[in-house]
Design a protein around this ligand. Sequence first.
Ligand SMILES: [Zn+2]
Length: 111
Amino acid sequence: MRISDWRKELKESLLWRDTYCYCGKPLVRGVNIDMHEGLVSRGQMMGWPEELKLLTFNELNCILICHTCNIMNPPSRKRVWDDQQKRYGDELEKWYRSLCGLVKGKMQNFT
Ligand SMILES: [Zn+2]
């Protein structure tokens, strides 16, 4: 599956979880929703092999935010981390730790 298709499917599935943006605006399907890689950014993934990239397009790393916030003021990675940790607990840390073990190069430390 191509990454763009993968992202599209993920975005669809996140509509059930993320109904409001960080700024408080309701997220309206087909109107103002962007998917944001909140912990490991797409820029950071540049040069990674495809199979490693696929490990980041999941509900742990991705959040839905409004288009305005995505362009002007996306939430900090630390804020996303704290939120995701409330949601996913150990699962988040396990995923991130294993990803850090696979990636050569610098990864942000959140804990
Ligand atoms: Zn917003």
